[in-house]
Design a protein around this ligand. Structure first.
Ligand code: FAD
Length: 628
């Protein structure tokens, strides 16, 4: 009878888990199920089999689990690779699943514990096939029925989380990654993470591979590297910025009550003003709304994303004031929220022929109407997708994936598709990392060659036989140039400052290392004065107003990196343009990030001293060891 009770209980438990609606509920339901099946301390390589055994009595679960079982690869003998994945967005979850299939011990952390994004992702055909293939329909039966090719971000995260748990990924929420702790010379510990909260058990996990899937906003540009002796330096992935003309996107979500009128409303998979001139002209004439493109998906919400012109946002008083500087224009205090809501509603109604005139806005995670406006004028791409750090004889492979590798343009829905491709490419690198021990440069070079292709991918130029896709890049990309990144070039992605490894690898890394020591105000001022003293037309008497023309920063860069900027390009008569140019160069080429807006720098006063000192300190920390 006990046995029968256990069977019934586990069936019910798995049903509760399947039906769970939130991240927290899912984790709780799975924990309960695991305890009931006695799986809490089962080694990761046995977890899936034991879970399957525990649930085998139900044919529905059995079919699903048998299907997943075939995905696990026999990776041979030897210790399993240990992987820490940071970020439970769609890409972090997807790679966690894939590396679990590779037999790795996978721990995934996220600083949040809720999936809140109503916004809807457009899926390329291969992502639909891939998600069906890993069993998404077990947890979301309506996934991409018929012609549908989209899913809300939170629904996707929830379904992927469930699959990840089933395949044995250990998931911890409310844990923030802050940096890395180097292995100890004596004592034999491996690489560990510095996390918040500090005493979380994840801080004791030793891993060989770190995958950062932290999204565009928190890309791994800078993290702490804590050495054995306690010193901390900042490391990070450099990024390139691609700045285009001003491009403002608006997203809006309305409640979907599935009324007959709502059901009739036709989805718009993406129209641009170029091809639908009449629609966009009428919208402008009748509503003073000028759009460049428009997308409408009917999902859990009615989701709209559109690119709007600045002129029409000014005309409809969404922007209270006009600013040249995009960050000032988009500042919260410059946006009239009710005008923005009206703008989004009018555009949505017009483009769907008023099919749902009375629908209400859905609420976002803060409980307010779910409308957002974003500046897409500049997009970031990481310079490289992978990196190896070696300390005290222990190598750590680091990979970037998802939005933190390549920032997407939402209206085109490239985020999830390229994110998944990058996740598979990284899984391939991890697979090789285990099997090709001792050849890290080859692995890095291959990964970077594949990365070169990623930003060029479209649904049309990748291979079409989706059922043949695997983590091997050759199964997905028609052509990869294997010489795009040579072994010599890959050396710059290998950081081994202690030079205590052997064989075929590299000279000391060339990465920029910055001192983390705060610099004294007077030392900073004197260093700046000394650096610029030959340029007598600059009178550097402080760290604020003396820097307003932008030319002083430009000159500082020219002194240390003359190839990046020429003195003749520094125009004191146009401080805004000069400052903007210089700030962009500092960011793109030197990884120096502005701490206040360009126009605040141009108009700075003693009130901005903290920010200006912080910005100038970055130049000091980068150049102070170089002769002036
Ligand atoms: P994300 O989905 O951004 O996930 C990153 C995760 O990392 C987050 O859960 C975050 O909490 C976690 N994290 C970050 N830093 C740390 C840290 N230090 N420690 C631990 N965890 C950390 N795309 C579209 O196509 N259409 C849209 O309408 C759209 N709307 C979006 C709305 C928002 C608010 C955001 C943020 C993104 C949106 N996107 C949209 C982009 C889309 O969500 C991504 O392309 C897709 O989710 C893949 O992202 P990802 O997995 O790389 O990162």
């Amino acid at each position: 009878r006990d046995k029968r009770n256990l069977v019934t209980y586990t069936m019910e438990g798995f049903n509760v888990f399947t039906e769970a609606h939130t991240c927290k509920e899912t984790l709780k339901a799975f924990e309960k199920l695991s305890v009931k099946l006695g799986l809490e301390n089962v080694p990761h390589e046995e977890f899936f089999d034991q879970l399957s055994f525990g649930l085998a009595k139900n044919w529905k679960f059995k079919r699903f689990l048998d299907h997943l079982k075939n995905k696990f690869q026999d990776t041979g003998k030897g210790e399993a690779t240990k992987v820490l994945v940071v970020g439970a967005g769609p890409c972090g979850l997807r790679i966690a699943i894939e590396t679990a299939f590779l037999g790795c011990k996978v721990v995934l952390i996220d600083k949040r514990d809720a999936f809140t994004r109503n916004n809807v992702l457009h899926l390329w055909p291969f992502t639909v096939t891939d998600l069906k293939n890993i069993g998404i329909k077990q947890f979301f039966g309506r996934f991409c029925c018929g012609e549908l090719d989209h899913i809300s971000i939170r629904r996707l995260q929830l379904s992927l989380l469930k699959i990840a748990l089933v395949v044995g990924v250990e998931v911890h929420t409310n844990v923030e990654f802050e940096g890395l702790k180097c292995p100890r010379k004596n004592g034999g510990t491996g690489w560990k993470a510095v996390c918040k909260p500090q005493n979380h058990k994840v801080s004791d996990f030793e891993f060989d591979v770190l995958v950062a899937a932290t999204g565009a906003r928190d890309a791994l540009c800078e993290y702490k590297l804590q050495h054995e002796n306690g010193t901390v330096i900042k490391q990070g992935f450099d990024r390139k910025e691609f700045r285009g003309r001003l491009s403002i996107a608006i997203t809006a979500n309305f409640v979907n009550s599935n009324t007959p009128a709502e059901m009739k409303a036709k989805e718009i998979g993406g129209v641009s003003s170029h091809f639908h001139q009449k629609l966009f002209k009428d919208l402008k004439a009748k509503k003073e709304i000028h759009l460049e493109n428009f997308v409408y998906y009917k999902d859990e919400t009615h989701y709209f994303v559109m690119t709007a012109t600045k002129a029409s946002l000014l005309q409809r008083r969404v922007f209270k004031e006009d600013f040249l500087d995009a960050s000032e224009l988009m500042e919260r205090k410059n946006i009239d929220v009710s005008a923005l809501l009206a703008y989004a509603r009018d555009a949505a109604n017009f483009c769907t022929n008023n099919a749902m005139a009375n629908i209400c806005f859905a609420k976002n995670s803060r409980g307010v109407d779910d409308v957002a406006m974003l500046d897409f004028s500049s997009k970031f791409e990481a310079v490289n997708a992978s990196h190896v750090i070696e300390r005290n004889g222990k190598k750590l492979l680091i990979g970037l994936i998802g939005d933190s590798l390549l920032e997407p343009f939402w209206p085109q829905g490239t985020g999830c598709a390229r994110g998944f491709l990058g996740a598979f490419d990284t899984a391939w690198m991890i697979r090789n990392w285990k099997s090709m021990k001792g050849k890290p440069l080859e692995i890095l070079a291959e990964r970077e060659c594949v990365y070169k292709v990623l930003s060029q991918t479209t649904p049309n130029n990748i291979k079409k036989k989706y059922s043949e896709y695997s983590i091997d890049p050759k199964s997905r990309y028609p052509s990869i140039n294997p010489k795009a990144v040579t072994l010599e070039k890959a050396k710059q992605f290998y950081d081994d400052v202690q030079e205590d490894y052997s064989e075929d690898v590299v000279s000391p890394a060339k990465r920029i290392k910055r001192s983390d020591e705060p610099v004294e105000f007077l030392d900073l001022l004197q260093w700046c004065q000394k650096a610029l003293e030959k340029h007598t037309h600059f009178n550097i008497k402080d760290l604020t107003t003396s820097w307003r023309s932008g030319c002083e920063f430009g000159c500082l860069i020219h002194i240390f990196r003359p190839h990046l900027i020429q003195m003749k390009d520094l125009d004191p008569s146009n401080p805004f343009r000069t400052m903007e140019m210089v700030v962009n160069i500092a960011q793109r080429e030197l990884g120096i990030y502005p701490v206040i807006t360009v126009s605040k720098m141009v108009n700075c006063s003693s009130e901005n001293e903290v920010e200006m000192v912080s910005y100038l300190s970055q130049f000091y920390q980068l150049f102070y060891e170089e002769p002036i």
